[in-house]
Design a protein around this ligand. Structure first.
Ligand code: SAM
Ligand code: SF4
Length: 485
């Protein structure tokens, strides 16, 4: 497996930043054809590529790390910021020359860009043969066949029910210890800056029994950590009769509903030794029941990704986040009360949203000081066509001001990360070993419960082991330690 680290425009201090790399991959199970996939954007997309690989495997394709030897190339794309789309477009033009030498190759654009600009892709990028949105992956084998016959294969239908619950993902982007499990799809929130509700459709929750089954299979294969994924996991809501959130909310007769706290408990109970994480939590939806469930089970990691976006209530209202500064701070106080100081909290931040004043930007910095985030993913605002903000508000903050504010947010976060990490020095923490340190084969790398990367001497340990480490030193991004036992 070959990973090309590629900075799109996401800034996170962690070695394990989930959202900014392309992946190439290799599998050899004797199939007659080769598929090459590159994934861009968020963890949901990487998880979707694993579903795509599984569907294609059942239809005669092994995966390859070498696009030049592929029969089919898929780019699983992201639309969240303009730069992410530009990166994909550049990549597509690089594939242009390949197609000249190898006209039989099929090139497909999948995911959010496929959904957002399907016509443009087909017209402008003449080399694109297949365009498929996030809910139509079951149709991929047919569409590839159509493309091989010289037609364009297009399906951007957004489903109200599809969750791919029955598909066993082919793990592509995994260290063999941690796996990602999609528990829901789509998003019913309408944050004014965000393109996701338009590209990934309405919110649906996956059958909890299929999730628990996947956890059981992962454990049997040697995995020791699962991360439950959704745009807004606290909004998870499923019943036997209905998996669509909007329809479930309207139907008052349905009584037997599984919510996110219930699901978390079901997964935690499946194996007390498998670590459970989840992402992303929404400040308006995270409940005390979820926090108490986290406290009750040792194997649920004490870490919450709780994006605030801005520290100013007027901007939060323009962003349509449906909470204000006080609400957010109350949720953080509750996390501290129930789970204590050591629970990791991280955030996403947007600098320079429409009409943001200098004072309002300062409120983001002061909120960061108050919460003391362990780390953040930080962006400047990028207007996305079709979103509520693009329709209603002028993108009126000059680019250099956005960048300067972003830089101030990054500097603030670096100071806070260092302080938070320094508080860990001297403490003994349980770490799950994920592999070698990037810098030295004499050292291993793992993560503690709060999702921080810890580096420590190898000492005969291997991937998947749990170890107790005393933290002895740190940088803003990494903890260093010595083994205890
Ligand atoms: N569902 C998650 C939530 O609500 O927190 C986040 C999903 S989004 C894929 C990840 C992050 O991208 C957001 O939290 C936000 O900070 C950032 N983002 C989304 N749209 C953006 C835009 N138009 N410009 C800049 N950043 C954006
Ligand atoms: Fe986008 Fe908001 Fe949904 Fe997150 S919760 S995916 S930011 S609309």
């Amino acid at each position: 497996m070959k990973q090309i680290i590629k900075d799109i425009d996401i800034l996170g201090p962690q070695e394990s930043a989930p959202a900014d790399f392309l992946t190439s991959l290799e599998s050899n199970t004797g199939k007659s054809k080769k598929l090459y996939i590159e994934s861009y954007g968020c963890q949901m997309n990487f998880s979707d590529s694993e579903i795509v690989a599984s569907i294609m495997k059942d239809n005669g394709f092994d995966t390859t790390a070498d696009f030049e030897s592929a029969d089919v190339i898929f780019l699983n794309t992201c639309s969240i910021r303009e730069k992410a789309e530009q990166t994909v477009r550049k990549r597509l033009s690089q594939f242009n020359s390949l197609k000249k030498d190898k006209p039989g190759i099929t090139i497909g654009v999948l995911g959010c860009m496929a959904e957002r600009i399907k016509e443009k892709l087909l017209e402008e990028e003449k080399l694109v043969d297949v365009v498929v949105g996030p809910d139509a992956y079951r149709d991929l084998p047919n569409l590839v066949l159509e493309a091989e016959d010289g037609n364009k294969g297009v399906n951007t239908f957004l489903s109200r029910e599809e969750t791919y619950a029955d598909i066993s993902p082919v793990r592509l982007n995994s260290n063999g210890v941690s796996a990602f499990i999609s528990i829901m799809r789509g998003c019913d929130n309408m944050c004014s800056f965000c393109v996701v509700p338009f590209t990934r459709g309405r919110e649906r929750s996956r059958d909890p029994h299929s999730i628990v089954k996947e956890v059981r299979e992962l454990w049997a294969q040697g995995y020791r950590e699962v991360t439950l994924l959704g745009q807004n996991v606290d909004s998870y809501k499923w019943s036997e009769e209905e998996n669509n959130k909007a329809r479930l909310n309207k139907n008052t007769e349905i009584r037997d509903v599984v919510n996110f706290a219930d699901l978390l408990e079901m997964v935690a109970l499946e194996s007390p030794e498998i670590r459970v994480r989840f992402s992303t939590s929404h400040p308006k939806d995270i409940t005390d029941q979820v926090l108490y469930t986290m406290k009750k089970y040792d194997n649920i990691c004490k870490y919450i990704h709780l994006p605030v976006q801005s520290g100013n209530s007027r901007i939060l209202s323009l962003m349509n986040r449906t909470y204000d500064r006080e609400w957010y701070l109350e949720r953080v106080a509750k996390i501290r009360e129930i789970l204590g100081e050591e629970c990791g909290i991280s955030s996403d931040m947007i600098a320079g949203f429409c009409t943001e004043t200098e004072e309002e930007h300062q409120e983001t910095l002061s909120l960061m000081d108050q919460v003391k985030f362990d780390f953040s993913y930080m962006f400047f605002y990028s207007e996305r066509p079709g979103t509520l903000a693009a329709k209603k508000y002028a993108d009126d903050i000059p680019l250099d001001t956005k960048k300067r504010r972003l830089q101030e947010i990054i500097e603030k976060q670096n100071q806070l990360s260092l302080k938070r990490n320094q508080q860990d020095i001297g403490k003994i923490q349980e770490v799950l070993v994920e592999g070698f340190s990037k810098r030295s084969e004499d050292h291993l790398r793992g993560r503690n419960s709060a999702n921080k990367v810890v580096i420590f001497p190898k000492a005969g340990l291997k991937k998947g082991d749990y170890v107790r480490v005393r933290i002895t030193d740190c940088t803003p991004a990494t903890l260093f330690g010595e083994l205890i036992d």
